[in-house]
Design a protein around this ligand. Structure first.
Ligand code: PEP
Ligand code: MG
Length: 540
């Protein structure tokens, strides 16, 4: 059976299918006679759950950094929460029932209580209680730790995957993702891309696919369930060719990003956190062109402190060993909601109170981040970039605040370096006044994801519109040229950090337009390098 989907990342995967369900195990109520033994069963399962969470924490620490890993520590603490534990043991004692039932009832009660609260932060705790309770129940029922316990790597099928679930997956055991929902421009899709494996969204796979053989064609957006021998053979050959290409790409490591006729361009990596740095370096990134700092805020339960941010930025700067690291200041709002900010619900969040608008309004938050950034600048080569700019006056305000922060650091005797300041060009307004903006900053980086959304008036999150969300639109291409020209006239360097930067069908166009830099997912760096090295600009 062949099904169509939308590709998030190219490549071929062939393997067993595993349908991933958010854990929601059915629990029976069983009368027991030995209350003490049942309480002990619960205690043991709770300890085992904490041990598993400890393993998750260590794994997440390596892969996504401390801030993102912290959720697992929180879950460990919740398992020891006195009210929670007392409720479970009480149910076992008073009703003389099995531990599974006591945990399930307590989990349901607590999560309903959290869900009904007014505060967004507390609401989010509902999912956490459910999660930890389900973990204890699975242990009591003797189930494995998760979907990825088998030895054989699988193609993972899911309704949807949250960024946090993506992080938890064992990447050595996932050949590919296929989900029913999601949009190619969502942040989950961006995360999937950094994992460097073929992925499809919008595939309506049948529930009974579990355990069957499947093929994912991430190039054409096709999914095959129980393919016939002929198809299988075709894809085995394709995959061999692919693997060979991948080996070839690895040979490109250490080579320059230079065209056949000698034009050079910088190729940097987009990252979401400290843990992506290893991947950026493994793929030979010349620097970090976009560090989406909002992930530090998204994965945290409260405003990340200056110290926590400083440590994250410093680690990236140090690991990049003097190479340029461009850190974008907080870009929340729209599709990236953070409960503790207490943002109001908006009719039109993509055009609402977000990104730099919040920072200029809530100066305390902005100054904390800027202070952390300037302090970290001492340990490497940090540039700061500001999102969603629409006016010169915004940039002037930003520069004033940055100057205040520097003056405060001077007064405190804290060292920092010269930091390049740049802006993202991701609104049509910024494009049209790029001649004026160029006088104010050191560089421009074009955010084609949002620029396409705002220029074409197409919500990047709406999967129904994926087919007309066209970043190759002549309007966008003209804008790109305009920004390069206006930037260069004032001595600004100009790059692209939106997903379009990795589109190799446009690499030659970007080189001809005069771009100085392209910042792409780590996994795309060597592909783009290959394209650059095979381009001859003198040929036409
Ligand atoms: C963009 O808009 O192109 C961009 C790079 O930023 P984000 O995808 O994080 O909005
Ligand atoms: Mg953007």
């Amino acid at each position: 059976m062949q099904m169509e989907g939308k590709s998030v990342f190219g490549g071929i995967a062939i393997g067993r299918l595993s349908v991933y369900h958010k854990r929601d195990s059915a629990v029976k109520r069983v009368k027991i006679s030995d209350v003490e033994a049942e309480k002990k069963r619960f205690e043991d399962a709770k300890e085992e759950a904490k041990r598993q969470l400890g393993v998750f924490y260590e794994k997440a620490l390596k892969e996504v950094g401390e801030v993102n890993a912290a959720i697992f520590e929180t879950h460990q603490m919740m398992l020891d929460d006195l009210d929670y534990v007392e409720s479970i043991t009480n149910i076992i004692e008073t009703q003389e029932v099995n531990a599974e039932f006591a945990v399930a009832s307590t989990g349901d009660n607590f999560s309903q209580m959290f869900a009904s609260m007014d505060d967004d932060y507390m609401k989010a705790r509902a999912a956490d209680v459910k999660d930890i309770s389900n973990r204890v129940i699975s242990i009591l029922q003797g189930a494995g730790e998760g979907v990825m316990t088998g030895d054989e790597p699988v193609i993972l099928l899911a309704d949807d995957l949250a960024p946090s679930e993506t992080v938890q997956l064992d990447k050595s055991k996932v050949l590919s993702f296929v989900t029913r929902h999601g949009s190619t421009n969502s942040h989950t899709a961006i995360l999937a891309r950094t994992m460097n494996i073929p992925a499809l969204i919008g595939v309506d796979f049948p529930e009974d696919a579990d355990g069957k053989l499947g093929i994912v064609d991430g190039y054409q957006g096709l999914f095959y369930l129980e393919p016939d021998e002929e198809t299988l053979e075709k894809y085995r050959r394709k995959k061999d060719e692919d693997d060979q290409k991948k080996r070839l790409l690895l040979e490109l490591k250490g080579k320059e990003n230079v065209t056949l006729d000698g034009k050079k361009i910088n190729l940097y990596a987009n990252i979401g956190g400290v843990s992506d740095v290893a991947n950026a370096l493994a793929n030979d990134a010349g620097g970090i062109g976009l560090f989406r700092s909002e992930f530090l805020y998204l994965e945290s339960d409260d405003y990340p402190t200056e110290e926590a941010q400083f440590m994250a930025y410093k680690t990236v700067a140090e690991n990049m060993a003097g190479k340029k690291v461009i850190i974008r200041t907080l870009d929340i709002g729209a599709d990236k909601q953070v409960g503790y900010f207490g943002l109001e619900k908006e009719e039109n969040p993509a055009m609402g109170y977000r990104a730099i608008r919040i920072c200029l309004d809530r100066k305390d938050i902005f100054k904390t981040q800027l202070r952390a950034l300037y302090r970290a600048s001492y340990y490497g080569t940090i540039s700061i970039m500001f999102p969603m700019i629409i006016s010169v006056s915004e940039v002037k305000q930003i520069k004033e605040i940055a100057a205040e922060v520097r003056a405060e650091l001077d007064a405190d005797g804290i060292p920092y370096k010269d930091v390049e300041l740049g802006i993202m060009i991701e609104t049509p307004a910024a494009v049209m006044i790029s001649d004026l903006l160029a006088k104010e900053v050191d560089f421009f980086s074009i955010g084609t994801n949002d620029l396409t959304q705002y220029t074409l008036a197409i919500d990047r999150q709406n999967p129904k519109l994926d087919n007309i969300y066209d970043s190759h639109h002549e309007a966008i291409l003209r804008m790109l040229q305009m920004v390069v020209d206006n930037g260069h006239k004032e001595g600004c360097w100009v790059g692209i950090c939106g997903e379009l930067g990795a589109d190799t069908s446009l690499t030659e166009t970007f080189l001809r337009m005069g771009f100085d830099e392209l910042s792409v997912s780590p996994s795309m760096i060597l592909r783009v390098r290959d394209k650059i090295r095979n381009t001859d600009l003198s040929a036409k």
